[in-house]
Design a protein around this ligand. Structure first.
Ligand SMILES: Nc1ncnc2c1ncn2[C@@H]1O[C@H](COP(=O)(O)OP(=O)(O)OP(=O)(O)O)[C@@H](O)[C@H]1O
Ligand SMILES: [Mg+2]
Length: 238
């Protein structure tokens, strides 16, 4: 059963077509890595899946419900979808604990005492229990990212979206643990080696389209299109 279903999605910014007929299905428990050149539409795709951007064509379904219908309650959708960006994740003026308890408390009306226990649990899970009273600027980049992931986990999401997370410190291990726990993930990454290791499938975006997709190892080892081949040889030079 698919959790996310994009069907011929079209997204324009003004005259500029950024997603030009993207179709992608992600099954429950599946991990899909999205790779591609800068500007190919990877972040835009994730933002559309999280309902942060309106689309101009096609459909996006989450767990069997079309989310781009007018009147769809996007706040409800976002309770089920966690999104972690590369930076600017945490509220700088709030402690780690407050960063984590905010959404459960405000959106799900979890009482504060219970939200605090939840914060302890998710921080334990990401290995940052001792940072509960710290402020974001007192944490390393990797620690901040772990806390951002903990904050998403506190909402018990069904789907996690990662927009090119910096794979430093404990972050790769944490993502692998989440994968083993059966979390469904769409991961934009420029780290091809990590994509090969963690993903079930890889989708290569080019000019606003999914140019090529398939099982991770085979797709990366034997590209079928010259565009993916060129992309892979360019990244392997870095
Ligand atoms: N808010 C916006 N307004 C106008 N154009 C935008 C906006 N956001 C993105 N774009 C354009 O859409 C295209 C795709 O951008 P997107 O951020 O999805 O690329 P990306 O594949 O994530 O690139 P990168 O690897 O650099 O993060 C780019 O040409 C970008 O300039
Ligand atoms: Mg991007």
């Amino acid at each position: 059963m698919s959790l996310v279903d994009l069907n011929d999605v079209v997204k324009h910014y003004g005259q500029h077509t950024v997603l030009n007929g993207v179709s992608l299905t992600v099954a429950k428990g599946e991990i899909v890595a999205i790779i591609g050149r800068s500007g190919s539409g990877k972040s835009t795709l994730l933002r559309c899946v999280d309902g942060l951007e309106p689309i101009q064509g096609g459909t996006i379904s989450f767990d069997g419900t079309v989310i781009n219908d007018l009147g769809m309650d996007l706040r409800k959708l976002r309770q089920h979808v966690g999104i972690v960006f590369q930076s600017f994740n945490l509220f700088p003026h709030l402690s780690v604990e407050e960063n984590i308890t905010l959404a459960p408390n405000v959106v799900k009306r979890v009482p504060l005492a219970e939200a605090r226990r939840l914060a302890e649990t998710v921080l334990q899970k990401v290995g940052q229990a001792e940072k509960i009273d710290a402020y974001p600027n007192q944490l390393s980049g990797g620690q901040q990212q772990c806390v951002a992931i903990a904050r998403s986990l506190a909402m018990s999401p069904q789907l996690m979206l990662f927009d090119d997370p910096e794979l430093v410190g404990e972050v790769p291990k944490l993502l692998e643990e989440m994968a083993r726990d059966g979390m469904t993930m769409i991961l934009v990454t420029h780290e091809i080696g990590f994509a090969r290791q963690i993903a079930d499938r890889v989708a290569f975006m080019h000019q606003g389209r999914i140019w090529e997709e398939g099982p991770a190892a085979a797709t990366l080892a034997r590209p079928r299109t010259p565009e993916l081949e060129t992309f892979l040889s360019a990244v392997s030079l870095h």
